[in-house]
Design a protein around this ligand. Structure first.
Ligand code: DGY
Length: 322
């Protein structure tokens, strides 16, 4: 009998074909992410699970799936999975790093340029028939990127790729990381190390590239926003929960900081009445950091391979925990 695999969303056809060859698969077809309860009902006797960053894989869910051998997430982030518990239960967890580094760095940089040059704001202005109101010499100015300071919190794969892009635009680059890079690497990347508080207070653009953990949960709150320049822009393509969204909204409303470019949110999809949608100094994108055709195909390939290995008792190509 074929082993059973549940997918919380559709993957590319080529990936589904590969799965169907070996497994009996079921795909959730709902428009919005599957609820935790429904997911629990679906995975009672599956051998493998393919999930996405917005699917919470809790201890309770893992316990319900008593046959589960592998969780393969279509993402580099795995904060939605109780990794410690999966490890305890000897369930493999696969994820998809590396392949999405450039796409996510591009996304962060595109939010940065958008904020600097007010691209999305201009788009809204034209659509709202207000172009006639901005013909003055001082109207609708953005800012140059050259010589502005980009602060990168978390200089891992994506942070480094972002630094490469910022260098091409003659920005000054500071970073803060748990581990400082070697002198040689700092030189190569043209980045300067700074303490967290120096990074916060000196950046014109501050881009977050740390995972969501107990230590980083709601790390960016009003206390931090007040230490930032009031012209500074916050960019987040990592995880929404690293930012206290309620306090960010307040900081943006009161111009405590200059603006924000957000690809990730506390709740995804954001709630209908989220006030961020009303703010002009914010650029929003629907968690599409890794979403290029090429990258998503590579992610699908790795997700399938991780699943296949894990279901057969092997370590996934990219594995976390057990
Ligand atoms: C990831 O892979 O974790 C990204 O956030 C998805 O875009």
């Amino acid at each position: 009998m074929k082993k059973r695999v549940f997918l919380t969303r559709r993957l590319h056809e080529f990936a589904l074909k590969k799965l169907e060859k070996e497994f009996e698969i079921e795909i959730y077809s709902g428009k919005i992410p599957i609820s935790e309860k429904k997911l629990q009902d679906k995975i009672i006797d599956v051998d493998g699970l393919i999930c996405f960053p917005y699917d919470k894989i809790s201890k309770k869910t893992i316990n319900i799936a008593s046959n589960l051998k592998v969780i393969s997430t279509y993402s580099v982030g795995f904060d939605h999975i109780d990794i410690e518990y999966a490890k305890e239960k000897k369930i493999r967890v696969g994820y998809t790093p590396d392949v999405l580094t450039d796409a996510t760095a591009d996304m962060a940089f595109s939010l940065l340029i958008d904020l600097a040059r007010r691209t999305s704001e201009g788009d809204r202005l034209i659509r709202n028939g207000k172009w006639r109101e901005i013909f003055g010499a001082y109207d609708y100015t953005g800012i140059d990127l050259k010589t502005k300071t980009l602060g990168i919190l978390g200089l891992g794969r994506i942070g480094k790729a972002l630094a490469k892009r910022a260098n091409a635009f003659d920005m000054k680059i500071m970073y803060h990381n748990r581990n400082r890079l070697s002198d040689l690497e700092e030189k190569k990347l043209n980045v300067k190390y700074a303490s967290f508080s120096k990074l916060i207070s000196s950046s014109d653009f501050l881009s977050i590239h740390v995972p969501h953990t107990i230590e980083t949960d709601k790390l960016f709150d009003m206390k931090i926003f007040k230490k930032m320049k009031n012209s500074a822009f916050l960019i987040n393509t990592s995880r929404g929960k690293v930012v206290n969204e309620k306090e960010l909204i307040q900081a943006l409303k009161e111009h405590v900081i200059g603006g924000a470019g957000l690809d990730v949110f506390e709740n995804e999809p954001i709630l209908k009445n989220n006030f961020l949608k009303k703010l002009n100094n914010v650029v929003l994108s629907p968690h599409i950091g890794s979403s290029t055709k090429e990258t998503r195909e590579k992610m699908a390939e790795i997700t399938v391979e991780n699943l296949k290995r894990g279901i057969n008792g092997k370590k996934p190509i990219f594995s976390v925990g057990y």
